[in-house]
Design a protein around this ligand. Structure first.
Ligand code: SF4
Length: 300
């Protein structure tokens, strides 16, 4: 979105904010709130403190472990978009609690692939961050041990599987180029590889759009929670294109001085940033950018 009424053009990325999977999961929690009863999410529903606090104020509790589930005697547990392992999934469903499975369908597809290919005897390789909840969940759908890699150096972990068939999948938010580079190395080393590219387009589209806006921008604003890895990645991408890139959680975090020479202010946001926070930043940037002659305004 661009508005040329301002002296600086403010461009808000179309892909800013909740992706399909996160929006679906958050909506499912609000639907459950409207029905009443005790509601729990297995892990914070998204990496955004504002949303999690809002849910808390409406009585939603976060549970973190299978032991926490065992202590609950009634209510509904919502599985977030990252998904959970097969064991945790079974525990929730067999606990007598209601289960709302908001695992993103793209993540669910990885679970199904890993389940089927490990059962068929392939060694599962996940390209991703081994401590990320999505990756931990995916690992839990394999019936055999899994190797997680994220760099060329990690490929040596596969030395023991030289004669095995490998099924390689990716964490949905993994960098597409790095994924392809790793698969190319495995193929060059003549591993027997079935590669299933499970990277989600939402991430790729958000990153490409952010890169192209940042390349034109004098100031680039990335909105996201400090614990959100996809927002941090967006910041990194934008920072490479635009030296004046700011990473903020809400409008209150933005401290910058406009020189008056800015022609373009770009805004993007990570997948867990709610619409109202994005709109607030857009509205303020728009107003500050249109201050006529006084462009040395302090934008907080
Ligand atoms: S980034 Fe993609 S895979 Fe992950 S929750 Fe969003 S839509 Fe689903």
């Amino acid at each position: 979105m661009a508005d040329r009424k301002t002296s600086a053009e403010v461009i808000l990325a179309k892909s800013a904010g909740f992706c399909f999977g996160v929006e679906r999961a958050v909506n499912r929690v609000y639907e459950e709130i409207s029905k009443g009863g005790s509601i729990y999410t297995y892990g914070p529903i998204i990496h955004n403190k504002e949303v999690v606090s809002d849910l808390e104020s409406r009585g939603v509790r976060v549970v973190e472990t299978p032991e926490d589930i065992k202590k609950i005697d009634h209510g509904t547990v919502v599985i977030r978009s990252h998904g959970v392992s097969r064991e945790t999934d079974r525990l929730i469903r067999e606990s007598g609690l209601s289960c709302v499975d908001a695992t993103c369908p793209f993540v669910k597809r990885i679970h199904r692939t890993v389940e089927a290919e490990s059962a068929a005897g392939k060694h599962i390789v996940i390209v991703g961050n081994p401590v990320h909840p999505e990756v931990i969940g995916i690992m839990g759908w394999s019936s055999t041990p899994v190797t997680v890699i994220q760099s060329p150096e990690d490929i040596q972990k596969l030395d023991d599987f030289r004669n095995s068939e490998l099924c390689v999948v990716a964490q949905t938010t993994f960098n597409a180029k790095k994924f392809q580079d790793l698969v190319d190395i495995l193929e060059k080393k003549e591993y027997n590889v079935l590669c299933v590219n499970t990277i989600c387009n939402a991430t790729h589209e958000r990153q490409s759009e952010a890169r192209s806006i940042a390349a034109r921008a004098d100031i680039m604003i990335v909105i996201g929670d400090s614990s959100s890895s996809n927002s941090a990645k967006l910041y990194e991408i934008c920072r490479r294109e635009c030296a004046r890139t700011f990473f903020i959680q809400t409008w209150n975090d933005l401290h910058l001085t406009l020189t008056g020479a800015e022609k373009v202010i770009g805004i993007t946001a990570g997948a867990s940033t709610p619409k109202n926070i994005i709109e607030e930043v857009y509205d303020h940037s728009h107003r500050r950018g249109s201050r006529g002659t006084d462009h040395r305004c302090q934008t907080r």
